[in-house]
Design a protein around this ligand. Structure first.
Ligand code: FDA
Length: 394
């Protein structure tokens, strides 16, 4: 097979890789994108329940977790949610805001993949799927990448292989291995935006409530998120839990305010005054799902009429409702995680071009880097912004 010569070879036809490719292609670069999966943008297709939460209008650096919280600022400032929205509107993709600045397609995430592929095609970018990398060598005149589709010779190599979450969607540790091979530090990785599992008495007591959902404030290590929590047969999930999971590690204390809209102590005192004969489980069932209030009164709270709560008991009950100590045993891991925390250390990567400070011409973009967004469209915004930054530079 003849050698394929190009200016830019992008490994990974996901969110960041496609954005980088179309940006570089529009600048007149000869760009090839290769992916080992059978189709492009598999995570985009799966995302947002099939409607892709493609950005968040309130994106700031504060919505990202990284050993260097400043690293993402430059790229995010140069490619904003408004820039991506402009492209979405140009392609006449209808969208709506769900909550908290989260933008979703009205119809399907397939439209986002089609938009990116169309933009790539217009810019002359060649995309190949089923194309695994066999070896990579760097010479004086660029990178030689042997693949299932032949030998590529490129001046710039962009690593856009994402994180480890959901291996069935094409995720691999390839980008981390490649980074290490070129002398880069890879910070420890772990699953983020992931359901938490319970064990022991919490699991036994709560497993039967699988399917129950309620608004909570989840707190851990100084971080707090208010949103819904869902009890599952293995533990807890839902947006509040996915958010806090990125800040939780085994052994850390995790607290849930089960009545985030109320001051639990004031509310219990009011119930004691106004409805002294009512059972605690009955009044609780008016502000919490009934099955949960029953379970709380069977195992954690006094199962009595409210008038029988003396002041210390009332304060204790309020404390439990406002800061329920959930004992998580672990996470569901990469099998269901939306993202991978950690990754290629940003200390050795330029924040304006995503180029390696060790190996000229080598770029890292998207989730493979140690930059992880909160739930809510931030991870795609990082993929677009970092892809754009590299696409402008290569
Ligand atoms: P991405 O994973 O998109 O792409 C990496 C590409 O590299 C893949 O195509 C893969 O096949 C390829 N690849 C891997 N190894 C390779 C190898 N060895 N050789 C060749 N190719 C290789 N975010 C958000 O903002 N809003 C949302 O709604 C969602 N929803 C969501 C749902 C689910 C189920 C998941 C798993 C994740 C999300 N996310 C999300 C997160 C978001 O999908 C993720 O952060 C971005 O896709 C990351 O973009 P990248 O381009 O870095 O990786």
């Amino acid at each position: 097979m003849a050698t394929i010569r190009c200016d830019v070879l992008v490994i990974g036809a996901g969110a960041a890789g496609l954005m980088c490719a179309l940006t570089a292609g529009q600048r007149g670069r000869i760009v090839h994108v290769i992916d080992h999966a059978n189709k492009v943008g598999k995570k985009i297709l799966m995302s947002g329940g099939g409607r892709c939460n493609f950005t968040n209008t309130g994106t700031t650096a504060a919505n990202f977790i990284s050993a260097n919280p400043h690293f993402c600022k430059s790229a995010l400032a140069r490619y904003s949610p408004a820039d991506f929205i402009e492209m979405v509107e140009r392609h006449r993709i209808a969208y709506h805001e769900k909550e908290l600045g989260q933008l979703f397609c009205d119809v399907s995430s397939k439209q986002i993949v089609k938009m990116l592929v169309d933009e790539c095609q217009q810019a002359g970018v060649q995309i190949r799927t089923h194309c695994a990398v066999e070896s990579i060598e760097r010479g004086a005149d660029g990178f030689r990448v042997q693949t299932a589709h032949g030998l590529f010779h490129a001046a710039s190599l962009v690593v856009a292989t994402g994180g480890l979450s959901i291996p069935s969607l094409g995720a691999s540790g390839f980008g981390y291995e490649l980074a290490r091979r070129f002398g880069h530090q890879v910070l420890p990785t772990r699953a983020g935006l992931v359901p938490l599992t319970l064990s022991g008495t919490h699991q036994q007591r709560l497993a039967e409530l699988s399917g129950v959902a309620l608004p909570v404030e989840a707190r851990c290590n100084g971080h707090r998120f208010s949103n819904f929590m869902l009890l599952t047969h293995r533990g807890v999930s839902g947006p509040a839990i996915l958010q806090i999971s990125s800040f939780w590690q085994p052994g850390d204390r995790l607290e849930l305010d089960l009545l985030p809209q109320l001051d639990a102590q004031d509310w219990l005192r009011q119930m004691k005054r106004e409805r002294p004969a009512a059972e605690l489980r009955t009044v609780l069932a008016e502000v919490l799902p009934k099955r949960l209030s029953q379970r709380l009164c069977e195992h954690w709270l006094p199962d009595t009429p409210v008038r029988q709560l003396d002041e210390p008991q009332l304060r204790q009950a309020a404390q439990l409702l406002a800061a329920f100590p959930l004992v998580a045993s672990g996470t569901e891991g990469y099998r269901t995680a939306e993202v991978t925390l950690g990754g290629v250390d940003t200390a050795e990567v330029s924040s304006s071009t995503m180029e390696s400070k060790r190996v000229p011409g080598l770029h890292f973009i998207g989730e493979v880097l140690d930059v992880t967004g909160w739930l809510g469209g931030y991870n795609f915004q990082w993929a677009w912004a970092s892809g754009h930054a590299a696409g402008q530079a290569v």
